[in-house]
Design a protein around this ligand. Structure first.
Ligand code: MN
Length: 239
């Protein structure tokens, strides 16, 4: 009937604040090293590098409130709290001056990272995919429409684990502000409606354990909550 040989996969989506409607997710881009103090804590010089991007699968998105099983292949799962930008109007080589007009809304997200696999990938000059793009690696809180928030230039961004603050910074510390990130990302790919951009994390990243409760937020924008569950065990065959 549909012309497809298996059932069409469900479209990944994220919640929209204060409504039952959802924002469909097309792709997930992420920025590396966009706060100076985090670049330093990872052993890099924040002054020298233009932003670079990596990706996660669209279906790595998970709503706030989820329990995420501790993922496989790692013993060093890290949290990275980030401002997420949702693209509502596509474009190629978008100008910095109009870049924010392409943004549908903003949310608080967490770039979950298998840090041990990332360290190994860096050391062996292999891709980051396995360390960044695993199942449920892109938790994202409800999107707030761009018009309903101030320009994404300032605001406290924080993350706490079991009530203890681990990351605490301000969006004004972004090395590359949101308009630059959208513009620069659109030089490498043609951005399309539904694309998300995770804009990088401030200092204070650290490990998560099964049983942890994670909360994070950005002032005036919203919050995200997660719990980390036990690893999945056994052999499962998906539908
Ligand atoms: Mn990140």
């Amino acid at each position: 009937m549909s012309g497809f040989v298996i059932d069409l996969p469900e479209s990944p989506s994220v919640a929209v604040a204060a409504t039952q409607e959802r924002f469909p997710v097309r792709r997930v881009f992420c920025v590396g090293r966009n706060y100076a103090a985090h670049a330093r804590e990872m052993g890099n010089d924040p002054d020298r590098e233009p932003p670079f991007f990596f990706t996660k699968p669209a279906d790595a998105v998970v709503d706030s409130g989820a329990e995420i099983p501790y993922p496989p292949l790692t013993s060093n799962l890290h949290h990275e709290i980030e401002l997420v930008v949702a693209i509502g109007k596509g474009g190629f080589r978008i100008g910095r001056d109009v870049a924010l007009e392409h943004v549908w809304g903003y949310a608080v997200g967490i770039d979950l990272t298998r840090r041990d696999l990332q360290d190994e990938a860096k050391a062996t000059r292999r891709p980051w995919d396995w360390s960044k793009g695993f199942d449920r690696s892109a938790p994202c809180g409800p999107l707030v429409r761009a018009e309903a928030w101030h320009k994404p230039t300032h605001g406290r961004i924080w993350l706490a684990v079991n009530g203890e603050t681990r990351q605490d910074a301000d969006l004004s510390e972004l090395i590359w502000p949101v308009a630059d990130i959208v513009a620069i990302c659109s030089e490498g790919v043609e951005l399309r409606p539904g694309d998300l951009i995770f804009t990088g994390t401030p200092a204070g990243v650290g490990p998560l354990q099964a049983g942890d409760r994670v909360a994070g937020g950005i002032d005036g924008l919203g919050e995200i909550e997660l719990s980390i569950g036990q690893p999945k065990t056994g052999r499962a065959v998906g539908a």
